[in-house]
Design a protein around this ligand. Structure first.
Ligand SMILES: NS(=O)(=O)c1c(F)c(F)c(S(=O)(=O)CCO)c(N[C@H]2CCc3ccccc32)c1F
Ligand SMILES: [Zn+2]
Length: 263
């Protein structure tokens, strides 16, 4: 079972005890430092299909005890990579009401307030997420850095339902909305490297795309995300707030981070 947490005796330094890959190479996230970067002119703009979902489509918004996740329909996919990568779910990592920094990836050691990940699997080669999750060409995750600033109406499509998933394993259906609106304007500027799941079992199976440009949410929206969720079930006597659900940056080793932009 997934007993792992982000702090305490089951925190990230202990993950390798039960999940050996967490202590191996090619781990994510990383601190994306200038000295690791190499411009790659072959990196094409990310092209996504069917992200603009109709309100008549129902999405499952859930609290899985580690994050807030939205399950995504399989018509959504990335079409600009070597294989078709079909969307599975998106989820978030955030700080806390007392520590506004909670992104997983950092850029030159700057940690943002939060980070969104849209998880896709290689549907050319694998039938579903479960069979793709431990394959070296199995997954592609789009990472979006989130800063506190302007109010973001796109986030309201799920934040307004968050009180329905306060406790672990609670789920609610929410109307579909344009998932593209959660991404930054420019999909042509990004960092690209080979890495892993940032949670156990930490399989080194992820082609990471972290967009250069962040999106913003308001302080109030951030506090809603950071203070509404518990990692414990409703019936548990002692509720434990879910915040600070980000893994620390891992060793880059000899990895190069490719960039699609010059300046
Ligand atoms: N940062 S990340 O992108 O590496 C990443 C997470 F950080 C994260 F929390 C989750 S999860 O499913 O919400 C909870 C634990 O897996 C997943 N979920 C993935 C991993 C396994 C799996 C299986 C089916 C659907 C989604 C996922 C994940 F890929
Ligand atoms: Zn994630």
């Amino acid at each position: 079972g997934d007993k792992w947490t982000y702090s305490g005796p089951d925190g990230e330094h202990h993950w390798p005890n039960h999940y050996p890959y967490c202590g191996a190479a090619f781990q994510s996230p990383i601190d994306i430092k200038s000295e690791l970067l190499r411009f790659d002119p072959t990196l094409r703009p990310i092209e996504i299909q069917n992200y603009n979902l109709s309100v008549n489509e129902q999405l499952t918004l859930g609290n899985n005890g580690h994050s807030v996740q939205i399950s995504l329909p399989s018509k959504m996919h990335i079409s600009s990579l070597a294989h078709r990568y079909t969307a599975a779910q998106l989820h978030f990592h955030w700080g806390s009401s007392s520590r506004l920094a909670g992104s997983e990836h950092m850029v030159n050691s700057k940690q943002c307030a939060a980070e969104m990940h849209v998880v896709h699997f290689n549907s050319d080669k694998y039938p579903n997420m479960s069979s793709a999750v431990d394959k070296s060409d199995g997954l592609a995750v789009l990472g979006v850095l989130i800063e506190i600033g302007e109010f973001n109406p796109a986030f309201e499509h799920f934040l307004k339902f968050i009180n329905g998933i306060k406790y672990r394993d609670q789920k609610v259906q929410v109307p579909g909305f344009n998932i593209r609106a959660l991404l930054p304007a420019r999909l042509d500027e990004y960092y690209r490297y080979d890495g892993s799941l940032t949670t156990p079992p930490c399989y080194p199976s992820v082609l990471w795309t972290v967009f250069r440009n962040h999106v913003t949410i308001s302080r109030k929206q951030f506090m809603t995300l950071a203070t509404s969720i518990y990692s414990t079930h409703a019936q548990e006597s002692v509720p434990v707030s879910l915040n600070g659900n980000y893994r620390k940056p891992q060793l880059a080793d000899s990895r190069v981070v490719l960039v699609s932009f010059k300046e």
